[in-house]
Ligand binder design. Structure first.
Ligand code: NAP
Length: 286
């Protein structure tokens, strides 16, 4: 058996086309969905992420506002900018690119974003909404992973899902979304003694670690769905995931490639969250 590829580029294209249609309908009513992207400092990876997010907005009919600041920016000045963006009715989503310089308290900044504009879904309130299943913004990467899993047509009900990684932005919300979809969920992390014991039982594995070859062929169940969130560089400097793709693909049923799997979906779900934020404003204005 060779796994079917779960094509994040193709699924993204489909969802982004729907976003463009809904954004155009909203714009025709006088509300153009607007995303503010705030970058502090000169982290080269952050600059690339930010550029891709802004380009995606432009390509699919959303307005983007880019605010770039020197790494020396005061925390208070950043908080003042967030307050201004919170008050700006043309802005429906605010994204502060992480990581922030060490002198700025990232938690304080995230909590300063109005809950109605927290399209990254990183605030404590958004985390609580994800935990309780209330409507709200789901963090973009796990939200995108759920869409990739849904695209296989496999029901999660009664399945065993194993999430490797427990970060607040990926692993934990991922586990909660899988739980809400009626999977039985196991979370593994750096203190899990033998990962394979868990992953070999898994119908779905989501690897969100940031280390190459965390998941290898002898650690997966035949036919499983494997979602690779990791972004690493191999010895040749090429982008690769956490999964030993060449080894695992012949064993499992479905697998996401890196690149072209989770990556494009993360930006896509940011567009979806921003659009939905604007749609809520439009609905409240009726
Ligand atoms: P993170 O905050 O560093 O968390 C990594 C998690 O992996 C931690 O929970 C850690 O456990 C666990 N871990 C580390 N070594 C392990 C091991 N040997 N076995 C099992 N678990 C282990 O990273 P993150 O922000 O969640 O991101 C994870 C990866 O996804 C990174 O490569 C990141 O670049 C990538 N990413 C990709 C996208 C995308 O759009 N494609 C978006 C976000 C993140 P402890 O908690 O015990 O330390």
């Amino acid at each position: 058996m060779t796994a079917q590829l779960i094509d994040g580029n193709a699924l993204s294209k489909q969802i982004r086309a729907e976003v463009a249609q809904r954004a155009a309908a909203l714009t025709a009513k006088g509300i153009k969905p607007g995303l503010a992207v705030v970058l502090v400092g000169d982290n080269p990876a952050s600059a690339v992420y930010v550029r891709n997010k802004i380009k995606a907005c432009e390509d699919y009919g959303l307005r983007s506002v880019f605010e770039k600041y020197e790494a020396s920016l005061d925390e208070s000045a950043l908080l003042a900018r967030i307050a201004a963006l919170n008050a700006d009715p043309s802005i429906h989503g605010i994204l502060v690119q992480m990581p922030l310089p060490a002198h700025i308290d990232a938690h304080k900044v995230i909590e300063a974003i109005s809950p109605a504009k927290d399209v990254d879904g990183y605030s404590v309130l958004s985390a609580g909404e994800t935990l309780t299943g209330l409507p709200g913004f789901r963090p973009c990467t796990p939200y995108g992973c759920m869409k990739l899993i849904e695209s296989t047509g496999v029901s999660l009900k009664g399945k065993h899902a194993v999430v490797i990684g427990r970060s607040n932005t990926v692993g934990k919300p991922m586990a909660l979304l899988l739980l809400q979809a009626n999977a039985t969920v196991t979370i593994c992390h750096s203190a899990t003694p033998d990962l394979g014991v868990y992953t070999r039982q898994a119908d779905i594995v989501v690897a969100a670690v940031g280390r190459r070859n965390v998941l290898t062929a002898e650690m997966v169940k035949p036919g499983a769905i494997v979602i690779d969130v990791g972004m690493n560089r191999n010895d040749e400097g090429k982008l690769c995931g956490d999964v030993d793709f060449a080894g695992v693909q012949p064993v499992v049923g479905w697998i996401t490639p890196v690149p072209g799997g989770v990556g494009p979906m993360t930006i896509t779900m940011l567009l979806v969250n921003t659009l939905e934020s604007a749609e809520r404003v439009a609905a409240a204005n009726v």
